[in-house]
Design a protein around this ligand. Structure first.
Ligand code: NOJ
Length: 554
């Protein structure tokens, strides 16, 4: 059954175990704490979790520097706690995806320690070495301003090693068949412990040719992606890989595979940047261009749509002028910007905490073609702490209540400082308070998630852009199995009246507002008139009030 592709109509929630909920009171979030919060997550309506790296790590890059792929960092619990958690998630019908960080290891990993100290080590050629410093060593850095080079000299090895990211993250030599076999073993291990797939970190770099002789754009080994997928499907048919690959639209088909035999899902970085451009400028042209360019995909492939994640908002694919417009609107202060290409803030402060704009942004993200991905704290409108370095500012602990440390921990020494004061401080912004307020962002988001799950057309269907006559209004129609929905978003602060045709065959049916039940009948020419408030949005189903029943029609 095609409906078995669960990721097509999922709502994914990303979290970091260490900052989510601390059960044992040591100041660090743990698997037991996360397990206690599973009913909260199910209540919110999310259907899948994505856990950021939780394996043993020196934690110099928030866990993206793994020193043991087959364990749980003792700060977060034990492997036993992990399995208790995946079991509890499964009982509630929640899928669990975990980060798979295999482009590089930590420099503390025993593989690297052995490789650097002995030229005959069995893992020496698991890494990428050069006797001399390659001439292009200072190009291709991922974190400009913080990272200086991609080749660092190691005294013990008496050679330079390659690292696409920080110098404490030596790249694995992924072309080596033994490394590839180990990657499969890692996937197999976690699948066995109850996960439903992986968010694969830095995929273009994993499959890139590496070595001192590589100059310019490295050639990608796409066959590797097929190998990963085949292995995974063989071990567990419904497991998936969600790729982090910020590539140009013409390249993304290479990642999905023309025959849908590579990655199941990819984050849509194009649309993410177009979306922020649209929010910043109240124009839809750029966003529409991104949507068009990422339209054609194999039927089983899926985009992951998101607003903000744990990294900076990367605006590197926009033109300089477009990027400046987004900076001016959402991150004018140089301290809000990062790596010369992005903004490091969370969404609510970017939107000045304006509830109308927040709703617009989430409503828009939930109605873009693909599967929505939320980040912990989004549901209550958490802010950031710009005093923290780099990307840490947007990684503060979850704010559960107005108790000390936001109810995240009973310890007075939390792993990262919760936001204690100001408009985003936990005394004001927390889950407990919002639970009791029917109009809170939390309860609004819960309603939106329920609605999104009842509109499978968005995850499954094809979209058509509606002509609304207003450059600030995005109108999309989705169709799937004789059902259709129409989503309209006004990006501007001013109200606007629009007239539009749904373009559906047999034009003339009323539209039913999925949030309020109100009907919008067509005029004699078959068109609908609508007054959209500033930052207003509507989700309509074409057809009558039995819109929920329509879902079963094939
Ligand atoms: C992408 C991750 O999202 C980021 O947080 C990390 O620093 C790099 N990959 C390196 O693993």
């Amino acid at each position: 059954m095609i409906e078995d592709l669960w990721y097509k109509n999922a709502v994914i929630y990303c979290l970091s175990v260490g900052t989510f909920m601390d059960a044992n009171g040591d100041g660090i979030g743990d698997f037991s704490g996360l397990e206690r919060r599973l009913d909260y997550l199910v209540g919110l309506g999310v259907t899948a979790l994505w856990l950021m790296p939780f394996q043993p790590s020196p934690m110099r890059d928030n866990g993206y520097d793994v020193s043991d792929y087959y364990g749980v960092d003792p700060r977060y619990g034990t492997l036993g706690d992990f399995v208790a958690f995946t079991h509890a998630a499964k009982q509630r019908g929640l899928k669990v995806l975990i980060d798979l960080v295999v482009n590089h290891t930590s420099d503390r990993h025993p593989w690297f320690q052995s490789a650097r100290s002995d030229p005959d080590s069995p893992t020496r050629d698991w890494y990428v070495w050069s006797k001399t410093k390659p001439p292009h060593a200072d190009s291709g850095v991922v974190f400009p301003g913080v990272q200086k080079t991609t080749w660092t000299y190691d005294r013990a090895a008496r050679a330079y090693y390659f690292h696409r990211f920080y110098d404490f993250q030596p790249d694995l030599n992924t072309a080596n068949p033994r490394v590839q076999a180990e990657i499969l073993k890692i996937m197999g291990f976690w699948i066995q412990l109850g996960v439903s797939g992986f968010r694969m970190d830095a995929v273009p770099f994993v499959i890139a040719e590496k070595g001192p002789e590589v100059t310019g754009a490295p050639v990608e080994q796409f066959g590797m992606l097929r190998q990963f997928r085949e292995f995974l499907q063989w071990r567990q048919g419904d497991a998936i890989i969600l790729a982090e690959a910020n590539v140009l639209p013409r390249q993304d088909l290479d990642y999905f595979g023309e025959d849908a035999d590579r990655m199941h899902m990819m984050f849509n970085f194009q649309v993410n940047q177009g979306l922020f451009h649209a929010l910043a400028t109240a124009t839809t042209e750029r966003l529409l261009d991104c949507l068009e360019k990422t339209r054609a995909r194999p039927a089983s492939a899926q985009w992951a749509q998101f607003l903000r994640n744990h990294d900076e908002l990367d605006l590197g694919r926009l033109s300089a002028e477009e990027r400046e417009a987004v900076f001016a609107a959402f991150g004018p202060d140089p301290d809000m910007q990062l790596y010369g290409r992005g903004i490091r803030r969370r969404l609510p402060p970017m939107l000045s905490g304006d509830r109308r704009r927040l709703e617009l942004a989430y409503s828009l993200m939930f109605t873009l073609p693909g599967t929505p991905v939320l980040r912990y704290g989004d549901e209550i409108g958490m802010g950031d702490d710009l005093r923290l370095p780099e990307r840490e500012c947007a990684r503060t602990p979850m704010q559960w209540s107005d108790e000390p440390e936001g109810g995240f921990t009973k310890s007075a020494r939390p792993v990262a400082p919760p936001i204690r004061s100001g408009p985003y401080g936990y005394p004001h912004v927390n889950a407990a308070v919002q639970r009791h307020d029917p109009n809170s962002l939390l309860n609004w988001l819960e309603r939106i998630i329920r609605m999104r799950k009842e509109v499978p057309e968005i995850g499954w269907g094809d979209f058509t852009v509606l002509r609304t006559g207003a450059e600030s209004v995005l109108g999309l129609r989705y169709e799937w199995r004789n059902n259709a929905v129409v989503c309209l978003h006004n990006l501007a602060a001013e109200p606007i009246e629009i007239r539009f045709a749904t373009g559906l065959p047999g034009e003339g049916g009323a539209l039913t507002d999925l949030l309020t039940g109100e009907r919008n009948p067509p005029d004699e020419s078959g068109r609908h008139t609508l007054l959209l408030e500033g930052y207003g949005y509507r989700w309509y189903r074409a057809g009558g009030l039995d819109y929920l029943l329509k879902r079963s029609e094939v």
